[in-house]
Write a protein that binds this ligand. Sequence first.
Ligand code: HEM
Length: 110
Amino acid sequence: MEIMGLEGDYFKDRGGKLTDADEGRYAVTHEASDMNRFVVPNLRNIELTGPYFHDGSVKTLDEAVRKMARYQTPDQNISDQDVADIVAFLKTLTGRYDGKLLTNSNPAAK
Ligand code: HEM
């Protein structure tokens, strides 16, 4: 589990009201060090499982990757080419079932 916003204030930049869900692990442990701490999610089938983050605030994988770079890594601003390369890699994590590539017809995931 990691803090969402290690390298920048994700919640301030996101705006809007803070919700109980924004507390993350703190809601369970009430340890100050768990405030805004979330499970680092498995990225299998990530292409199909938007909207992203605990608050569902990000619709596209491109934007999720940019936000990860901005708020979780020291690089902060990565190039469009790096974003495209990372997204292309993430799309290789989409699985098959019965030999068919998985899809998601739920409009909320688009
Ligand atoms: C380039 C590197 C990274 C990529 C491509 C990446 C990608 C992603 C994506 C696509 C999500 C959304 C998952 C979902 O909503 O189902 C996510 C969430 C998350 N990642 Fe990363 N990540 C990166 C680096 C990191 C690092 C370095 C950390 C921590 C040290 C981290 C911690 C997290 C956490 C805690 C979440 C959940 C946030 C929330 O639900 O609000 N990530 N990551």
